[in-house]
Design a protein around this ligand. Structure first.
Ligand SMILES: Cc1cc2nc3c(=O)[nH]c(=O)nc-3n(C[C@H](O)[C@H](O)[C@H](O)COP(=O)(O)OP(=O)(O)OC[C@H]3O[C@@H](n4cnc5c(N)ncnc54)[C@H](O)[C@@H]3O)c2cc1C
Length: 295
């Protein structure tokens, strides 16, 4: 299928993009930003999105801030137009505190998709299984959005509202995503029917060690079990004060599975998703814990 008719503008910089969005909306058009196009174009081809004008952010790649990937103290700052592939290959820059992000990129589509798709496009699109959305919740990301009234910071906990619904307004341009919570013991794992497909369920976890034998706590984030990615407090409660190891990780997976009420759809039943959750959470916890073990 082909998209409905649309016209096309190229933005020169962030201010230009915001200006174009405002001017076009004021004359009754329905503009939409396009970055990598890896979600928007399929949505348009299926007629699930019908913008009348596309505002292309491509030329903004000339601005180094829009593609920068850098550590800033304890934070990791990623320019909005950084591609999945650029992050995947920036492992050393991320450091052990954030390398869960670069390792997770292998799960995102195929190489051509990772070479075009962007971090901001992914978090604004807000697919419930998108690895970036889970990582945003896991690592307390702050989404920096610029609009006609200046910049604002959206905490990840307030970003994902439901099916493809996020807190970014139609007249805003995301310029950066900042990850503020270092997590040296963290992992993301998932199950999809074919490699490169969106996950049926994905799980991102992190562990905080109190000492060698006991956990201070941990975080459990799931995708594919509700309209938006979610943290699972019932599973996190199991980790607090627990003794790390297979028994605890299995118990945590079971707590996560018991806490959710996933949907039935063409990709799988709710019961199947619950079984996947049990396995994936335990597997991710094991991987996260092993990361911190020196041999
Ligand atoms: C076959 C296939 C498999 C895929 N598999 C996966 C997968 O396994 N996991 C996964 O996470 N993704 C997957 N994707 C999607 C891919 O990761 C996209 O790159 C990503 O979801 C969107 O990034 P984009 O830059 O392409 O955004 P676009 O498609 O250009 O835009 C997506 C949305 O974000 C908005 N937007 C883009 N940039 C900005 C900005 N700077 N500020 C404000 N709004 C903005 C657009 O207006 C649009 O609403 C897959 C895609 C395909 C085609």
């Amino acid at each position: 299928m082909k998209p409905a008719a649309f016209s096309y503008h190229r933005a020169h910089d962030v201010a230009d993009a915001i200006g174009l969005l405002g001017e076009l909306a004021a004359v009754g058009a329905e503009p939409k930003l396009i970055a990598g196009g890896q979600s928007l174009i399929p949505m348009m081809n299926f007629r699930l999105a019908r913008p009348t004008v596309l505002v292309d952010l491509g030329p903004l790649r000339r601005d180094p801030a829009m593609t920068a990937i850098r550590r800033d103290g304890s934070q990791l700052r990623i320019g909005a137009l950084s591609t999945h592939r650029a992050v995947e290959t920036a492992g050393g820059t991320l450091g052990p505190e954030f390398d869960v992000i670069s390792r997770a990129m292998r799960w995102v589509g195929h190489l051509p998709i990772r070479s075009r798709g962007t971090v901001a496009g992914s978090v604004v699109h807000g697919d419930a299984t998108a690895e970036w959305c889970l990582l945003a919740l896991l690592l307390d990301a702050v989404i920096v959005a610029e609009g006609p009234n200046g910049q604002r910071e959206i905490p990840a906990a307030e970003m994902f509202h439901g099916f493809y619904a996020t807190a970014v307004e139609p007249d805003e341009v995301v310029v950066e995503v900042r990850f503020t919570r270092p997590a040296p013991r963290a992992a993301l794992t998932e199950f999809a029917r074919r490699h490169g497909d969106f996950a049926i369920v994905d799980a991102a976890v992190s562990l905080d060690a109190a000492d060698a034998d006991r956990l201070a706590g941990g975080r459990v984030v799931l995708g594919g079990v509700s309209p938006a990615p979610v943290r699972i407090p019932e599973a996190e409660a199991v980790l607090a004060g627990g003794v790390p190891g297979p028994d605890l990780f299995t118990e945590c997976g079971e707590a996560a599975a018991a806490a959710i009420d996933p949907p039935d759809d063409a990709a799988g039943t709710g019961a199947y998703r619950r079984r996947l959750t049990r396995t994936l959470v335990a597997r991710a916890l094991h991987e996260a814990w092993e990361k911190g073990v020196t041999r």
